[in-house]
Unconditional design. Structure first.
Length: 430
């Protein structure tokens, strides 16, 4: 059992602001397309509704394809170098989106943006597992993933004002520049491993290393990535993240459009309303991650919250557009409960998967999440256009969430339970 006394508490102050800002910028440059879609990019470039949802989803295709190679590179080489070049490239891609003149150019840029952002999430999660112990990891993961709702929170407001004051082109250019500037800060502040940190004493480095090694001692290493990718636990994590992402990313990409269709309000008001679910998500994420680390029970803060999100979606659909504010309140509940489990979920992954294949496994799990995101954002957009109502897309997203709940209930709660299940399966096979 890990000592109660924390080691090198300055890690939180040195690392978490940098990690948070980096992921926040990545999220800004992928999610602002929804505002361009609501602000007239389709009209200006002559894009049909079906093509618009495809373009909005192309990011996730590029994102999906390069998750595993990027994560394996980060594990074997350097997270610092990988993220440095990614920051520059995604900043350039995002800014260039504001200069497009035709549909093929826009498609190439959205796909390329996905490629250069692909390794950010798995690399950061792996980076956290090198710097934070098991009793800290859910909170550390949450501070990373908070870059998602916090960014959408202020982006929803800022993008609305930028679009109204200048236009969607200027919005892309102005929101792409910060990533390039931040690459310089990243390069001069980040170290790959605790052993390289000048702000930690030798005793702190030794103690942290001993604790991290002790946590992995009871997890038997697997032979290679192929064996890891075929294991039941990795397959389950992949399926859960894919189904979960169908709900989450369909919600993110099309919330502004849903709000715009449901009430006669302007783009700035849409921005303010779209920010509310993410504010609720931030509060619930912090609470769930703290309780998850305190109780060491990850599952308890994943599937029950996702189940609440599913029920909120179904209730919103049943109430319908005739009671907009009740329906919107349920969307707030759904958004908050879909985000809150991320910290505990990704804290459970390194507790059940050996460190020698963790990078590739996290990459594959996140790639499956990206595939779910692609399907979510594309199918939700298609269903909204084909039916003229968000009702069908609510059913689609709620079904994905419900299936993720059922699968999550079958995942082992800790390494000991996982080892017992594996031993029992081996006994049955023999």
């Amino acid at each position: 059992m890990e000592s109660v006394k924390p080691v090198a508490t300055q890690r939180w102050w040195y690392l978490m602001p940098i990690i948070f800002i980096t992921y926040s910028l990545a999220y800004l440059d992928r999610a602002n397309y929804a505002f361009a879609a609501a602000a007239g990019i389709d009209r200006d470039l002559g894009i049909s509704h079906g093509t618009s949802s495809l373009i909005g989803s192309l990011f996730f295709l590029g994102y999906c394809l390069f998750q595993v190679p990027g994560a394996i590179y980060a594990q074997r080489n350097s997270v610092k170098k990988l993220i440095f070049f990614s920051l520059i490239l995604w900043g350039l891609c995002a800014a260039a989106t504001g200069m497009v003149s035709n549909i093929p150019m826009l498609m190439v840029l959205r796909f390329t943006l996905g490629v250069v952002e692909a390794a950010v999430m798995p690399s950061m999660l792996m980076y956290i597992s090198r710097w934070f112990t098991r009793s800290e990891r859910s909170r550390a993961n949450t501070f990373l993933i908070l870059g998602n709702p916090v960014t959408v929170l202020w982006m929803s407001v800022v993008s609305g004002y930028l679009v109204r004051s200048f236009g969607w082109r200027e919005m892309f250019i102005l929101e792409g520049m910060p990533a390039i500037a931040w690459a310089v800060v990243w390069w001069f502040t980040v170290k790959d491993r605790p052993a390289d940190a000048p702000w930690m004493s030798a005793a702190e480095k030794t103690e942290l290393d001993a604790r991290l090694k002790a946590e992995q001692a009871h997890i038997a290493p697997v032979r290679n990535y192929k064996a890891a990718f075929r294991s039941s636990i990795v397959i389950k994590f992949c399926a859960i993240h894919a189904l979960w992402s169908i709900g989450v990313y369909g919600f993110i990409m099309w919330l502004p459009s849903i709000l715009k269709a449901a009430s006669t309000i302007d783009i700035v008001s849409v921005g303010w309303l779209a920010a509310v679910p993410y504010l609720a998500a931030i509060i619930l994420m912090l609470l769930a991650s703290w309780l998850s680390d305190k109780t060491r029970n990850r599952k308890l803060f994943v599937w029950p919250l996702l189940l609440v999100g599913t029920i909120a979606f179904v209730a919103s659909y049943l109430i319908g557009g005739s009671h907009f504010w009740i329906s919107f309140a349920l969307l707030v509940v759904a958004g908050a409960t879909m985000y809150a489990p991320y910290g505990p979920f990704f804290a459970l992954v390194p507790e059940l998967i050996p460190s020698n294949v963790l990078g590739g496994a996290i990459g594959l799990i996140n790639a499956c999440g990206a595939l779910g995101a692609f399907l979510g954002s594309w199918v939700v957009g298609y269903l909204n256009g084909a039916t003229g109502s968000p009702a069908a897309s609510y059913i689609f997203m709620a079904t994905g969430l419900l299936l993720s709940v059922i699968l999550m209930m079958t995942v082992p709660a800790n390494a000991d339970e996982h080892a017992r299940r594996e031993a029992s399966l081996s006994l049955h096979r023999t």
